[in-house]
Write a protein of this length. Structure first.
Length: 188
């Protein structure tokens, strides 16, 4: 937040649908399995999870870590955007700026291209039923535009802990819906 305030001109962006979109290397899927039995006397089925699904508490870290790795890997292709992702990213939001509007436009265009490339990969590898919508009222990055004074950020639970969805158990039906057979699992 302090870095954000040093800029003469600033911008923020929210990376939508970022959590729970991290794939597991195929060689590691055997380490994350679910045993499922429809009823008494039914055979047990084994499912391999293909993406990180447990612990919503860790989801912001995993998403940010993945973004930083992508920025490092793509630094030569995105000379302006990569440093912004590496230094100005908080959870799924980027708070950055520059000393000139012209520079912000260049950074913003490159950042959009960088993110669009990553989002298109996510879209190819996931289905819509795996995405979660966080309403503006629950988005930490929206507290300032809605008028919360910076002096009150210190005491704002949403800012420090994130939306309620992230605090719920991974097994909560209100957070992730009723258990269903998913097409993205590999059956043994």
């Amino acid at each position: 937040m302090v870095r954000f305030q040093k800029h003469k001109y600033a911008f923020t962006t929210d990376i939508k649908k970022m959590f729970r979109m991290i794939n597991i290397h195929p060689e590691q899927t055997c380490l994350q399995r679910i045993l499922w039995k429809k009823g008494i006397g039914e055979p047990i089925k084994t499912y391999k999870l293909t993406r990180v699904t447990y612990s919503t508490v860790r989801a912001p870290y995993l998403a940010t870590r993945t973004l930083k790795q992508l920025a490092t890997d793509e630094a030569n292709n995105f000379l302006l955007a990569a440093p912004v992702v590496l230094s100005d990213c908080y959870m799924d939001d980027i708070l950055s700026g520059s000393e000139s509007i012209k520079e912000i436009h260049r950074e913003s265009r490159e950042l959009k291209t960088f993110m669009a490339n990553q989002v298109s990969k996510i879209h190819q590898l996931s289905s819509r039923d795996q995405w979660y919508h966080i309403a503006s009222e629950q988005n930490p990055m929206d507290v300032l535009p809605r008028g919360l004074l910076t002096e009150k950020l210190r005491d704002d639970s949403l800012w420090w802990h994130g939306p309620e969805l992230l605090l719920q158990s991974a097994y909560s039906t209100t957070a992730i819906g009723e258990p269903t057979q998913r097409n993205d699992f590999d059956l043994n």
